[in-house]
Structure formats: C-alpha cells, structure tokens
Design a protein. Sequence first.
Length: 323
Amino acid sequence: MEDALKKKLTGKDVGMTKDQVKKLETEAGVQTEADLAMLSDTEIKQYSGCTPVVAKKAQASVQPKEPAADPKAELDDGAAPSSAHVNGFAQQLGIDPMMAMMFFNGTLGDDMDLSSMMPISMVVEGYNPKVRNMFLMAMGHFERRFGVPIVVIDSNGGINKALTAEYIQSLEEGHDPMESAIYLDGDGEPYELIRVGVDAQSVYDADPLKPEKALPKNDIGTGRIKWKGVPLEVRQVAYYAVTQTKELDPSNDAHLTWLRDNVTKDSKRLMFHGQAPKAIAAYNDAARTGSLPTLRVMLSRGPRRKEIMPRRRRRPAGLAADL
C-alpha cells in the first residue's frame, strides 16, 4: 500500500490502527486511493475489522471533494440553491451534506426533530432578512414546516436572535405555536413574531384609531391625536374602544376632541372609565390571556418576498401585523 494512503488512514481524521490498514492491504488488496474508493464503508469494515464510524471516515477520505460556495452569498431572486451552496452551508454548520440537501429539498419528515441534527442558533445568527442567502432559505424552510411566523423581534424592530432560536427549538421539540403572533419570554414579557423575509426594521407603531395604518414620524394620528410617548396600555384601550366596543368613533368630532384633551404621556388606561368602560374590560380580558395587541404594522421597503411584503407605492401601503 502507498505510504501516503497509510499515513492518511492512520491519521487523526480517520483513526485506523496499523493492523487494520494491513488487513485492508492483504485481504482486500488495497494499494492505492483508487482501490479504496471502490469499496463501500461496509466492505472496509468487513476486511479491516474497524468500527462503522472509522469505516465511513476511511471511505469518505478518498472521495472527491464536492465544491462548496459561501452560504452567506446572495442568491438571485427565484433561483434555487445549488449543491455547492448546500455543501457550503453544511460545512459551516458542521452537519451532514446529505441531510442538508434533504432538508432543503423538503424530503425530511415534518415530525422529525431537526434540533438534534442542526445547530439552530447558528442558522438564526446567519439570518438577515435583507439578503436572500442560504440562511434565509433555511429559516424559510423552518417556517413552512410549522406554518406560523417564527422571527421574534424587539420593540425597536430588531431581530431578537436568542428568543428566535429558543422559539424554533421549542417548535422542533413539539411544543404548540404561540397564539396571536406574540411570543412570551420566560418572564412573561411579550414580543412580536413576524415572518421570515420581512425586514424587521420596517415595523412601526400603528395608529390606535386606525390600526392598519402606521403613525407618521411625528406620531400624530387620526384626528390630530398626539401619541408620542403615550403608554401602550392607553393606546391598546383606545384600540379596543374603536374596533370592538365601538365606544369611540374616529369620525366623531366630539370623541376626537375628548382624546386630544385627555391623551398625554402621563395617561393611564383608567382614564377611559367614563368614556369607554367596556374597552377597559376588553383590555383586562386580553391581558389575562396574554393576547393584547402589539399595535405594530409592517411597511414594505422593496420586496424580497412579494407574497409577504407588496411593493411600496407612492403613498405607503401598510400591511397589518397580527393584532
């Protein structure tokens, strides 16, 4: 057997003993890498007496290396990832390339827990909603497996990668999805969930009186109500008063005047006890079940996923988040 092949097989990457290498040479007739490449890992194990893992490593050591592309490189819109992209992704995450290919082809069972096969935190860490690369593609596959939004964002619209990885991990382990697109952390604090491919920085405060619309930069909404710095609980009660209990009507000048006179940074939700008591009750019910509205909307910044974020026209068109 060639000295270079002996050195490769007994090296740390394969781990055969000298006796096992000698058996391959004498019993299987292996002299060159080409000879070894003709044997399956089962045959290598049979002739050498090594373990199945060592046999697989020996067989893999003489196979031609597949090309690998940078998994962070941007893919053309609509283009499927090549085998080189999948190999690069697998190498960076330290996972089996064949398993990665099955994952991207959608041939892994929906009931299979991928958290033991793929470092989810590394997938989330590489994810950027603005770049269509292998990490965004992987996140999209996770989302399709579960059928719910999986990206957790902070109040400033930034991606909370730790909680996103935690949520995906819990879904892979079989836990039920969160309701109302709200994720609750270990302390019960609510975070909004958005879909993969949506730029989290395009999420804005909604107008409580017209929650499908984003507040302008000056935070002055319908009826010239100034919402800047107003506590979320006040905005939420106003939302319930308009959308559910109908105790407030955005087209009623008297109602708008009352809001302009009473809504301030120091307001509390109990300010509605005379004007909208049913809305306060609706707020309390939602608070008990953890289903309070986030009052956030998403606006397009140019589509990477047209089915989620339609192109912005001359007048910005808001797409409401789950409320």
